[in-house]
Design a protein around this ligand. Structure first.
Ligand SMILES: [Zn+2]
Ligand SMILES: [Zn+2]
Length: 266
């Protein structure tokens, strides 16, 4: 995905409409919470008007390719891991244009993880298929909103993933920046499939890329919900590398930004 290489946080374009919040109409019945993970129901009738009959960006069941173990790696290589059994049908890829994802990139001084309209490429998959193998002492956590923890590395400030605030919800949103696609020569589209949809496009900071996926449809929500239910039934929410097995506490103490620090990232 195209980036804004070389930009500093202050140079990252900001939304033209600062009043638009992610939870306003047009956006989602079930916020694809964790961008979006926690289900939150709101403005159902407006949502239905806006998304019903919108065809999915691609069929729910795209031609399958062999699942693989995808290497995970921060930019400098100190923190590593593996996402197992990855294929287009083993997760749910989408692009999120919400303000919090953009604020996260600004906080990390990593404009390059966003596309030209401020979108973040995220792959939802079950936590039980993510393992870290090195450098976990560099893992840090940021809390921008109450529902979502945002994980990154301290060494090179690479976004790792977004998770719910606790370990029981069976999904983790892996950010593309922590995936190493060069290792086996296959592109991200080949390994994960193209994104199913985009969300929170009202917070985009520029024209969407010509190849941007379409908005979500009701059918797509149902598809995603059934996928997550399947992960939960199969016990794939555990083990999770982000939370302590016994205490269920995050493995890094979440840093909470002050109001002024958060405002500075908007
Ligand atoms: Zn690093
Ligand atoms: Zn987001």
């Amino acid at each position: 995905m195209a980036g804004i290489a070389g930009s500093t946080p202050s140079q990252i374009p900001k939304s033209a409409d600062a009043a638009v919040r992610p939870n306003q109409p047009l956006h989602l019945v079930v916020t694809l919470a964790v961008d979006g993970i926690a289900p939150s129901v709101y403005r159902f009738h407006e949502l239905m008007k806006s998304i019903v009959d919108v065809p999915p960006a691609r069929p729910f069941h795209s031609p399958e390719c062999m699942p693989l173990d995808l290497p995970l790696r921060c930019r400098c290589g100190r923190m590593r891991g593996v996402a197992s059994n990855v294929s287009p049908s083993s997760g749910f890829r989408f692009v999120c244009y919400c303000k919090d994802c953009q604020a996260f990139a600004r906080f990390l001084d990593r404009a390059d993880v966003l596309d030209l309209a401020g979108g973040t490429d995220i792959f939802h998959m079950p936590p039980g298929r993510v393992k870290f193998t090195a450098g976990t002492d560099a893992m840090r956590c940021l809390r921008i909103s109450n529902q979502v923890l945002r994980w990154y590395t301290e060494c090179c400030r690479t976004p790792i993933a977004n998770t719910p605030a606790g370990p029981d919800f069976p999904v983790v949103g892996m950010v593309h920046s922590f995936m190493e696609h060069e290792a086996d020569g296959r592109s991200r589209d080949e390994v994960l499939g193209p994104p199913f949809c985009r969300i929170f496009e009202r917070s985009a900071v520029g024209p969407l890329p010509p190849n941007a996926p379409g908005p979500p449809s009701v059918g797509l929500f149902a598809h995603r919900a059934s996928k997550m239910l399947g992960w939960w039934v199969r016990g794939l929410s555990r083990p999770t590398p982000f939370f302590d097995d016994r205490t269920k506490a995050p493995r890094a103490v979440p840093r909470v930004l002050t109001q002024s620090a958060r405002a500075a990232l908007s």
